[in-house]
Every structure is written in structure tokens, then in C-alpha cells.
Design a protein around this ligand. Sequence first.
Ligand code: AMP
Length: 282
Amino acid sequence: MKLITTIKDMQTEISKQKGLGKSIGFVPTMGFLHEGHLTLLSHARKENDIVVISIFVNPLQFGPSEDFSTYPRDFDRDSALAEAEGADYLFYPSVEEMYPHEPSVKVVVQERTDVLCGKSRPGHFDGVATVITKLFHIMMPTRAYFGKKDAQQVAVIDGLITDFHFPIQLAAVDIVREPDGLAKSSRNVNLLPEERQQATVLFKSLQMAKKAVDKGERSPARLSNLVSEVISNDSNGQIDYVEVLSYPQLKPLEKLAGTIIIALAVKFSKVRLIDNFIIHID
Ligand code: AMP
């Protein structure tokens, strides 16, 4: 695996590989890798000639009171994991490399951001779309891999690829979970031990919602109330949102039908966790 820290070097490598006719699978991450990231990498490995992973904690997508400075980082461990998973290139730019000056152009996301994390993290998806646009231009990947854990991000990137005519195939990969159901996240290490135990209620609440749908529940309001109740009863986490929407359009529903998402965000003392189930209803 080759470590690359400058945009120029990365572009040189990419054009070399493209000149050889190689397909490129790209996995953008913020590092502190876990099995969720590694699953994206293994999909990329199977489906492409060349695999590129980027590690960049993007300041543009963090709000002023969010956890940019405490976001976990461990470059040496990440590098070893990425190499073991078969990455060909690790792109690891500094903030100065990615943003040498105040951006003169930013990408503004117009759709699919007035709900869920877009509502509680104003500007977050503009930051994501801006950095992903830059990374797409650098990597020119054949396929780009994103996790369904960040389901709204997948919906936003889907819109970005379509509207900006990127010739890139979007691959959305299923959520990887801990044995007790908690969705794997780099942020889980910032949970206090008691909170880590309580955090299993997120998955449990989604399972109960799924069961209710299987038994015939078709009211979005009753479903989100059920999820909120389960979380409030079994944890000290503060609910940021529980929403039931169409997917990937992320529109409110009168009645559950088609493909829907049950999504939630819960704040613990130092960490805000998200999770979701995407369900297909006939
Ligand atoms: P992050 O480093 O948190 O920005 O995540 C990088 C990519 O990994 C994103 O596309 C995430 O959706 C994906 N990802 C993070 N956690 C998981 C998980 N538990 N399962 C699947 N994908 C994940």
C-alpha cells in the first residue's frame, strides 16, 4: 500500500492507473477504522482493480460546538488495517492540503437536508458534499463506497452524483454492528461504560419498530412514538430525533408504504449516535 499525502501525487497515481485501464474503488473515511470501514474496503477490493481509501477528518462538516477536536484519531493503526484489507493507496492529506485557503466555492445541498441530521446539524451536508466533490475530482473513481449507517449521507451523495454528472457508481453497504446490535462507529469509544451498555437500546428500539411493521402497523407517528418510548425508558440518552420517512427521498409519509427509513439520533454525554433501519413495505 502506498501512502500519499498530497493532491498532486494522488492525481499522478490516479492518472497512471486510469491510463492502464484500471477500475478504481474509492472509500472515503474519517479514520479510526473499524469493521464498518473494513467491510466497505472489502467490497471495493472485490469489485475493482485498484482500491483507494482516504482518511480526512473534514472540519467543514463539523459545527462550532461539535466534536472535531475530540474526534478519535490513530493513524498508525488505521494504516495497518487498511493495508491488511488490501487497499492499494491510502490518501491522508492535512487540512492545509485540502483547504489551503478559505474555500472560494462550496457545494450547497438543497434537497434531503431539511430532516434528520441535516436539520440538527446545519451546514453539515454542505461540508460533506464539498469535501466529497473535491475527493471525487481527485480520485475519479469508478465506484465509491458509503455505509448505510449514514443513510442520509447516501441519499445526499446520490443527489450529488446525479446533479453534478459524476460518472461514478454509488455503492451503499449494509450497517455493520457489534454482537449486541450497536452500530459500529468511531465515536463509540467516547461513550462512558454505562452509556455503552445503554446504547444497545437504539438497535432494540428499531427491532421493535420493525416487529410492529411486520404485524401491520402503518402509522409513521405511532412507529416513531414507539421508538422514542423504548429509548427514553431504557437509557439516559437525549433523543435528538426519531423520524420515519420515505427513502431515499426523505419525505414525510401519511401512511407507511414502499421503502421507508426509521432513523434516530441520540445524544449521550460526549457522543451523539445515529442508527436506522430501511424497510421495504408492499
Ligand atoms: P466515517 O469515517 O464515520 O466518516 O465513515 C466512513 C464511511 O464508513 C461512511 O460511508 C460510513 O457510512 C461508513 N460506516 C461507518 N460506520 C459504519 C458501519 N457500522 N457499517 C457500515 N458502514 C459504516
